[in-house]
Design a binder for this molecule. Structure first.
Ligand code: SF4
Ligand code: SF4
Length: 133
């Protein structure tokens, strides 16, 4: 199964070779969807892990034991259906095809499993219907 984990490193731990440790210790298939360090030197990584649920749970516990914040997420965005006008603009920047619109009802569909957390859809929404989760 695939699981997305949002990781936040305190500034004191940003040099931890976490990806290396996880591959070595847990034999998981690891895909880094996004990584950055903010102005406060806090590190952020969005991982997608493929492996059995037991290993992924052990991985979460291991990461937390290092003092690193770790949460399982479905997606980095949420869509307010009350604000969305189904204009379809966001689908044009969603390269993972997580956002789509089409016949027969021409309303926006969001497949959280395909979302890679790029957040490119947030600024293009004229209705401000898309927010960070
Ligand atoms: S965050 Fe990126 S992948 Fe996810 S829905 Fe928005 S554009 Fe698509
Ligand atoms: S750009 Fe905004 S209003 Fe348009 S379909 Fe996407 S979420 Fe809805």
């Amino acid at each position: 199964m695939k699981t997305k984990l949002k990781i936040t490193f305190p500034a004191s731990l940003t040099d931890t070779p976490l990806t290396y440790l996880l591959i070595k210790e847990f034999d998981l298939k690891v895909n880094i969807l996004k990584a950055d360090i903010d102005f406060n030197n806090v590190g952020h990584i969005l991982y997608e892990f493929t492996g059995d649920q037991g290993k992924i749970q052990s991985t979460i516990e291991y990461i937390k034991s290092l003092g690193i914040t770790c949460e399982s997420i479905k997606s980095t965005i949420k869509i307010d259906e009350n604000l969305c006008t189904d204009c379809g603009l966001c689908t044009s920047v969603c390269f993972s095809k997580s956002l789509s619109i089409g016949a027969p009802d021409w309303t926006l569909s969001f497949d959280t499993d395909k979302c890679i957390g790029c957040n490119h859809c947030i600024p293009v929404c004229p209705a401000r219907a898309i927010k960070e989760a």
